[in-house]
Design a protein. Structure first.
Length: 127
């Protein structure tokens, strides 16, 4: 995992990812899975669906995007996880920092009144 943290809508996303040194991480050239965790209050889920769809639609056109899926916890219907697959962590961070994504993320955070957690994992082990 090379990035983990909470980002709120009022925060500058770039300050949360500025500590990543892509030259230092061997996994930059490796495919990554990004786990995005959100708490969606039951009364807000209907409003979230179009935002999730818009975010996915835009992500699909980004360099390095492979696939994504949204999962809802069967034991806690307010708990959502998005798993997004990217060709490299650098591709993901470019999308994370993009103005298109930040605009939709701001709408999501305003609607939810909370924070979104991001975690990046790479496949396998590196030495």
């Amino acid at each position: 995992m090379i990035l983990t943290g909470f980002v709120d809508s009022g925060a500058d996303i770039t300050k949360h990812i500025s500590n990543i040194n892509f030259n230092h991480h061997k996994e930059v050239d490796m495919a990554v899975k990004v786990i995005i965790k959100r708490h969606v209050p039951e009364g807000k889920s209907r409003e979230m669906i179009p935002l999730f769809r818009k975010m996915r639609s835009l992500a699909m056109n980004q360099k390095g995007y492979i696939a994504g899926e949204t999962l809802r916890n069967m034991n806690d219907p307010e708990d959502f996880i998005v798993i997004s697959n990217w060709q490299s962590s650098e591709d993901w961070v470019k999308w994370l920092k993009s103005s298109e994504r930040q605009g939709i993320q701001g709408q999501i955070d305003n609607l939810l009144g909370g924070q979104t957690q991001y975690e990046i994992y790479h496949y396998g082990f590196t030495e």
